[in-house]
Ligand binder design. Structure first.
Ligand code: HAM
Length: 413
């Protein structure tokens, strides 16, 4: 049988409503904060990503879907949006007049990673980028938007982890201290970390290797290397979070796997997700636009993994958010007009209602409702038509009750 590619998934009709719920929530929140949507191509020249995410990063090193097109140009399926968005901003001159740009995006991304729960090779991200302010108030705004979205989805059990990796000066001093510390212990480091010691020593702090972890415990701490400007930025950022009661945990080991960050970095984590616990991440990238050939323009943003949000939402959704489905069952063709009337009444209660269109027997209609996992059947026969009532059967627990039209409301279901 012909199969889908490993690490990709079909989103089938029985799960699409949860995606729509999430997509609607994203549209509402971004609108409330005055962010505009941007859509860019799904592939870019490979340079766009290798020049920004960093040659030593896992994404550029091992995870990109890159290929030569028929003219021999190296093309890459986008592994993330920030670099592609910066390319578009520069090309279209969007940030040239110094105005603040508030942008959001949603769509598929591609990384050749080992598939597991919450990790796919084609996945979706929702993200926002706030371009044009160097001040900590914009770091706060994007986090506030993310936090509002997560809360509006009904997700309560999550952690916001923050850190500052400082400005270039602070990071250079920190890098020197790290190289000095890890070089002395080099022989005990994992092979990956030995390589990182040469290419990107900060990333050693990210290592999951148990041996590395005990060495990392004694390593220098970034906070001790933040210069005054970096400290001030971090302090202001935390002050906004405190003032607006956004709970966070500081973790000085959080460095993130992409090279373009400075000052603030952060992640949203949920214990419900298992090993891939990060359902969102981001930070400030003041140097990236200039690095890719644009005018020096500060920026900050984040992206969330849609599949991971869906995993968290699935449990909640069954309990609270899902629109209930109802099958109206006709006992005979004589009651169809009354059934259609009832179906309309039920739709006014925001239920998802279907009526039989094939003149099937009552038994066949009930069987169909079971097959489609309907939450309720509403049974209409001669008695119901005569009494202006309906019989509601809760398919999940099997109970049945008669309700008169004048008493019908949302709590009847
Ligand atoms: P990232 O941390 O690489 O950041 O990805 C953001 C989120 O995308 C992750 O927290 C995760 O939820 C989701 N994600 C990443 N890879 C996969 C995968 N293979 N399968 C499923 N979900 C995945 C970025 O991409 C940055 N561009 C974020 C950013 C925006 N920074 C500033 N602005």
């Amino acid at each position: 049988m012909i199969q889908n590619v490993k690490g990709t998934k079909d989103i089938l009709p029985d799960t699409i409503s949860i995606w729509h719920f999430l997509e609607d929530s994203i549209k509402k929140i971004t609108q409330k904060f005055g962010y505009n949507e941007i859509r860019t191509p799904i592939f870019e020249f490979t340079d766009v990503f290798s020049r920004s995410i960093g040659d030593s990063s896992d994404i550029v090193n091992k995870e990109m879907y890159s290929f030569e097109d028929r003219s021999g140009k190296s093309i890459t399926l986008r592994p993330e949006m920030t670099a592609a968005l910066v390319r578009s901003i520069i090309q279209n001159g969007l940030a040239n007049n110094g105005e603040l740009l508030r942008l959001w995006y949603y769509g598929p991304f591609f990384r050749y990673e080992r598939p597991q729960k919450g990790r796919q090779r084609q996945f979706h991200q929702f993200g926002v980028e706030c371009v044009g302010s160097e001040f900590a108030i914009s770091d706060f705004e994007v986090i506030q938007l993310a936090d509002k979205l997560v809360k509006s989805l009904g997700i309560k059990d999550y952690n916001l982890i923050i850190n500052s990796i400082g400005n270039e000066n602070s990071r250079n001093n920190f890098r020197k201290a790290l190289v000095e510390y890890f070089s002395d212990l080099k022989d005990n480091l994992s092979e990956d970390s030995k390589m990182r010691l040469v290419q990107n020593p900060l990333r050693i702090l990210d290592s999951k290797d148990p041996n590395d972890k005990s060495i990392i415990d004694g390593a220098p701490i970034i906070n001790d290397y933040l210069d005054e400007e970096s400290q001030q930025h971090y302090f202001e950022f935390k002050d906004y979070l405190d003032t607006f009661n956004i709970t966070y945990q500081e973790n000085h080991l959080l460095v993130r796997g992409l090279d373009y960050y400075n000052h603030t970095v952060f992640e949203f984590q949920s214990l419900e997700l298992g090993a891939q616990d990060s359902f969102g991440g981001g930070g400030r990238y003041d140097g990236l636009i200039a690095q890719l050939g644009g005018k020096q323009t500060p920026a900050v943003g984040f992206a969330m993994g849609v599949e991971r949000l869906i995993l968290i939402l699935t449990n909640l959704y069954e309990q609270k958010i899902k629109i209930k489905t109802v099958k109206v069952i006709n006992q005979s063709t004589e009651v169809i007009d009354y059934s259609l009337y009832i179906a309309n009444k039920l739709r006014e209660l925001d239920l998802n209602v279907q009526v039989d269109l094939q003149r099937k027997s009552m038994k066949a209609q009930m069987k169909n409702a079971g097959k489609q996992n309907s939450d309720y059947c509403v049974i209409i026969g001669d008695d119901e038509k005569k009494n202006r009532s309906l019989t509601i059967k809760d398919m999940r627990i099997g109970s049945q009750k008669i309700v008169y039209i004048e008493d019908l409301n949302q709590s009847s279901f």
